[in-house]
Ligand binder design. Structure first.
Ligand SMILES: [Cu+2]
Length: 69
């Protein structure tokens, strides 16, 4: 079990949080997703390491972007 933390930019409301949660949850191997609206923090828990590009693509699909880190 691995938890990787990212920051999402552009979220403004609970609907944004649910959109990101839904898309990232659909990434293969992801078992839990936690999004904090105020800080943009995204915690992705998975049973194996997940490709950052896959997470970035899912966030993009939801309409937002990962911050550089
Ligand atoms: Cu929103």
């Amino acid at each position: 079990m691995t938890t990787t933390r990212y920051t999402v930019t552009g979220m403004t409301c609970a609907h944004c949080v649910s959109a990101v949660t839904e898309e990232v949850s659909a990434v293969a191997g992801v078992t839990a997703v936690d999004v904090d609206l105020a800080s943009g923090a995204l915690a992705v828990t998975s049973d194996r390491p997940v490709d950052e590009a896959a997470v970035a693509a899912a966030v993009d699909e939801a309409g937002y972007a990962l911050a550089d880190r």
